[in-house]
Design a protein around this ligand. Structure first.
Ligand code: AHR
Length: 527
């Protein structure tokens, strides 16, 4: 009899272990850093159909619009409550001459967008169109200025045009073009990817140039510019180190760019025989491809850590901010579209990359103060897609859009640190991915939100979260999931991937217990 009981106990214990196989412990007493809403920022470049056909169709378009902004896109952006948006590039920024984009639209010069498919740019979307959009949607504009092919004078005049309330020639020109009051732009990037498309410079060349350009980007009235130095390519900490040492006294922030992109060469995938192209396909991928990209995306943590360490060396009090002002997945462009336009679809895999990335970002927000996913509409890991073949079709939102919506409660909330115990999924001899990723925060009303992502493609996991003093009777929230990791939202096919109410969570004995289906994302409010 005794033997039977102990066998039953052992069986129950092992069941309990599999039943709650992932353990998270939160440390609410150690919460001290606010998650700046700006890490939920967007990026909008004159690239492909991001601006033209995405955000902007013009006032005379047959496509429903508000003052020339595509109405459905405008409304989707509004719902997103975008805190900050970067413009006009990207690589485009270092070829952009802002004066081409002001005054009557019909008189604006045309230029060839040499970076992005050689498309002819008619400059109908310029400074007024961008800054007015930001104002209408309560977005902080983040201007990326031309260092690569522009002059100091041109940059200085742009700042004056946007921000001066005097009767100077630039301010009067702005008034003549229909805008009385300055926009008081705060975020101002001095060049983009100056190591590459922004001038192919070494940091040793960029630093003195930065000093000169930044000097003449003046403050007007009470508006103080947040000057952002063009930063490293991925993990190039020499760039960060040198810039911190030599121009740290002149900048408020420095950026870095990191994309979840993997070079698969041009070989066929060994398992499926799918020709991978260089970057792999948005829709056609194997489990192994998924884990490889997830590992690549999560590698942003070590990159972040290294940039933070380089900054800590010169700025231990963390006065200078780090901005991840371009990030996201980057696949081969969708077959049948202009390869220079970087249009890609977005599946549940992209959504998991986004949630896992935010879980990492939250941990570094004592230094990381802004991030801008690339890009908001029709380019790379977009929030919104419009139909190229049938432009009047209603726009669709991507699975990644829903992650941004579901993570809203974390904006400006106090980050709650914690740790996780779970198995690692082997990717190859050097890389692994945890089964589960998570983050937690407490909002201004005192409500704790927990987001959990099951990164495991095939297994459901029961996650037990030790709340360590957070009092709650229950948890409610939403889940983003789909039958197949390859699922995506497409024109005319309804919204396959969208959040649903989540019921499989409870609070018991100071623990939140959550049953997470494979490849799913959940955000819960503890009530
Ligand atoms: O986001 C697309 C491009 O990627 C940007 O223009 C450039 O800055 C980066 O290389």
């Amino acid at each position: 009899m005794k033997k039977i009981i102990s066998m039953a106990v052992a069986a129950a214990m092992s069941l309990a272990m599999t039943a709650q196989d992932v353990q998270i412990t939160l440390h609410p007493k150690d919460a001290k850093t606010e998650i700046p809403k700006e890490i939920y920022g967007q990026f909008s470049e004159h690239l492909g159909r991001c601006i033209y056909g995405g955000i902007w169709v013009g006032k005379d378009s047959e496509i429903p619009n508000i003052e020339g902004y595509r109405k459905d896109v405008f409304e989707a952006m509004k719902d997103l409550e975008i805190p900050v948006m970067r413009w006009p590039g990207g690589c485009f920024a270092d070829e952009y001459h802002w004066m081409d984009g002001i005054g009557p639209q019909e008189n604006r010069p045309r230029m060839v967008n040499t970076n992005w498919g050689g498309t002819v740019e008619d400059n109908s979307f310029g400074t007024h169109e961008f800054l007015n959009l930001c104002e209408m949607l309560n977005i902080q504009p983040y201007i990326s200025a031309n260092v690569g092919s522009g002059t100091v004078e041109e940059m200085a005049k742009w700042v004056e045009y946007m921000n001066s309330d005097t009767n100077s020639t630039m301010a009067q020109l702005r008034r003549k073009n229909g805008r009385e009051k300055p926009w008081n732009v705060k975020y101002f990037g001095v060049g983009n990817e100056s190591w590459g498309c922004g001038g192919n410079m070494r940091v040793e060349d960029y630093a003195p140039l930065y000093r000169r350009y930044a000097t003449y980007a003046r403050n007007y009235g009470k508006n103080v510019l947040c000057k952002v130095a063009s930063g490293a390519n991925g993990g190039d900490t020499h760039w960060t180190d040198y810039a911190m040492k030599n121009i740290g006294d002149q900048m408020a922030a420095i950026s870095f760019h990191y994309y979840a992109v993997r070079d698969w060469g041009t070989e066929d995938d060994p398992v499926t025989g799918i020709p991978m192209g260089k970057k792999g396909w948005a829709l056609n991928f194997t489990d192994q491809n998924y884990y490889e990209i997830m590992s690549q995306a999560r590698n942003i943590e070590s990159i972040l850590k290294n940039h933070v360490a380089a900054m800590d060396k010169y700025d231990p009090k963390k006065k200078i901010a780090l901005f991840a002002d371009e990030w996201g997945t980057w696949w081969n462009t969708e077959p049948g579209t202009n390869p220079g336009w970087l249009y890609q679809q977005s599946t549940m895999r992209d959504a998991l990359v986004a949630s896992a990335t935010f879980d990492i970002f939250h941990k570094y927000t004592d230094r990381l103060k802004m991030a801008n996913i690339a890009q908001v509409v029709n380019v790379l890991q977009s929030m919104i897609l419009t139909n190229e073949k049938n432009p009047s079709d209603h726009c669709i939102v991507t699975p990644t859009y829903h992650v941004f919506m579901m993570y809203k409660p974390h904006k400006d909330a106090l980050f709650i640190p914690g740790e996780i115990q779970c198995q690692q999924i082997k990717v190859n001899d050097n890389e692994q991915v945890p089964e589960v990723s998570f983050t937690a925060s407490r909002d201004k009303q005192g409500v704790t939100h927990v987001s959990i992502s099951n990164l495991d493609l095939h297994k459901a996991h029961t996650v037990s979260v030790t709340l360590d003093g957070i009092t709650a009777k229950g948890a409610e929230g939403q889940i983003l999931n789909s039958k197949d990791i390859h699922d995506y939202n497409d024109f005319g096919k309804g919204e396959v991937v969208r959040p649903a109410q989540f019921k499989d969570a409870k609070v018991k004995d100071g623990k939140l217990i959550v049953n997470m289906p494979a490849h799913s994302i959940v955000t819960l409010a503890l009530k």
